[in-house]
Design a protein around this ligand. Structure first.
Ligand code: CMX
Length: 470
């Protein structure tokens, strides 16, 4: 007993006079030293089935999740049930109104169907499914009222996450679970919730856009005869038929915008399971939280600047750089100098690098192709041109800098300037479109998690001292 008392007095008690922050500050250097030693000298050591490097390195390289809808090859990028982006573009149904138009893009609901079932839907199946989503697209009144009461300064991603999590009030899974259901039936209730959640995203996105930037004005409606992306564009005021057309777009620009939403959302829907938004959804869902709560956690992960928030950062960065280089978008040396000024002040180049990919992201290439297919429309768009020039210059700068494992453009590098071109210039909002899109993959996997009856996720943690063998 007296021995324990001595240890506590000597090693565990804080200095009597110091406050919390000072006490913490005092112990950080010693702990950092230990951390550096473990990272530098012990990374390859095995601990259980992992290496120490994987435990302290964000679980890089550790295969620890079941995910079937898509996979990511470091050099080839994403495939969806084995199909490349181009193959999906060729095979997945488009809007019934534009099914033979070569410039019309695959629908995100077609992608969702494919991700969920592994089967390509027919045009008629998708016509019916688009209509089901539109018919279920209304927001509950209490969600509208609550969103109306949020401060207009609240980041749109926070509003999205609040809106989604509130709708757990609608969850048929949560209600059925409370009454008691056999585990084998859970997936059907989860699927009902997932469809309802996805259906309500266009109206939710539109409501947040309007509340944040247009004083809550009703910008557009959900049209029962139109697809999910059209309705998202419509509820944000970007279409001509059913909305206020706040951006004064021509008919072809409005069609382009709808197709941009379709392509963007289909492509960004899934990127295997280890990214933060997908993993967070899966993790929270593993405790049998309903799909609304699970996906709101995914949205909160997406809101981080190293993940989805990079979409907003890239547009700001492109605009700032254009300004800083005096509009000389083709001046290689000025661009290089600007990049070095960022790197030398310890900032990242937004839109470059990736946790898994080691080549340019094919989703980046697909978005650039979207612009190239509309060459006349984009002929005077300096921002897109600067993004393209940057993709030829930044990789060599980042390689010379020598830190990032992937010096090539990632998914967020090109999409923002395309939206910006059509008038979606509220950069904070770009990640909300990403948030609507990312629902497709993680929520389809959540249904399968319940089909398999996967258990609650519960890895074990370990202290730095233990890793160091102390
Ligand atoms: N600019 C400057 N430095 C970069 C960099 C970039 N674009 N990308 C990576 N690095 C640095 C890292 O900060 C890290 O430095 P430290 O060793 O000092 O910590 C080093 O290079 C090694 O990082 P990495 O292993 O190559 O990359 P990570 O897997 O750790 O991180 C990512 C990946 C995306 C977070 C990182 O590349 C990054 O911060 N990029 C810029 C932000 C961005 O574009 N995010 C969007 C990602 C796509 C998405 O998920 O939505």
């Amino acid at each position: 007993m007296s021995h324990i008392k001595t240890i506590l007095t000597r090693r565990l008690y804080s200095t009597a006079q110091s406050d919390l922050k000072t006490t913490l500050k005092a112990v950080i250097p010693e702990r950092l030293q230990l951390y550096s030693h473990v990272k530098k000298d012990l990374s390859s050591h095995q601990i259980g089935t992992q290496t120490v490097g994987s435990v302290i390195g964000g679980m890089r390289g550790s295969r620890a999740l079941l995910w079937e809808s898509s996979s990511v090859d470091p050099n080839k990028g994403v495939t969806f049930h084995g199909l490349t982006i181009e193959e999906c573009q060729a095979a997945l149904p488009k809007s019934k109104h534009e099914s033979t138009d070569p410039k019309s893009e695959m629908l995100p609901e077609s992608m969702f169907w494919f991700l969920l079932t592994g089967k390509l839907p027919t045009q008629s199946q998708i016509n019916t499914f688009s209509s089901e989503l539109a018919h279920k697209g209304d927001l509950p009144e209490y969600v509208v009222k609550s969103l109306d009461n949020l401060p207009k300064t609240l980041h749109p991603m926070t509003q999205l996450s609040i809106g989604i999590s509130m709708m757990n009030n609608e969850s048929v899974f949560a209600k059925a679970y409370a009454k008691g259901i056999p585990k084998t039936d859970a997936w059907e209730y989860v699927l009902d919730d997932v469809i309802n959640l996805i259906a309500k995203l266009p109206a939710l996105v539109g409501k947040i856009y309007s509340n944040t930037y247009y004083s809550g004005k009703n910008l557009g409606t959900i049209n029962m005869d139109k697809d999910w992306s059209y309705n998202m564009a419509s509820s944000m005021g970007f279409t001509l038929d059913d909305s206020v057309n706040i951006k004064d777009l021509s008919k072809s620009q409005s069609n382009d915008f709808v197709n941009l939403v379709r392509l963007y959302c289909a492509l960004h829907g899934d990127h295997e399971g280890g990214n933060v938004s997908a993993h967070a959804t899966h993790l929270v869902g593993s405790s049998l939280s309903d799909p609304f709560l699970s996906y709101s956690a995914g949205v909160q992960g997406l809101a981080g600047p190293l993940h989805g928030l990079a979409a907003q950062e890239v547009v700001r960065f492109i605009l700032e750089m254009k300004n800083a280089i005096g509009g000389d978008i083709n001046h290689k040396v000025k661009i290089e100098e600007y990049l070095w000024s960022l790197l030398n002040s310890n900032r990242v180049i937004p839109g470059y690098g990736h946790g898994v990919l080691r080549k340019a992201d094919p989703r980046f290439t697909a978005m650039i192709r979207f612009g190239d297919n509309r060459a006349e429309e984009f002929s005077k768009d300096d921002n897109l041109q600067l993004v393209k020039n940057l993709s030829a210059i930044a990789p060599s700068v980042l390689t010379e800098h020598g830190k990032t494992k992937n010096p090539y453009p990632n998914v967020d590098s090109s999409s923002g300037v395309l939206f910006y071109h059509y008038g979606l210039q509220e950069t904070l909002f770009l990640t909300v479109i990403f948030g609507a899109s990312r629902a497709l993959g993680p929520l389809s996997q959540l249904v399968w998690d319940r089909v398999y009856g996967l258990p609650i996720e519960r890895p074990t943690s370990v202290s730095l001292k233990k890793l160091a063998g102390l």
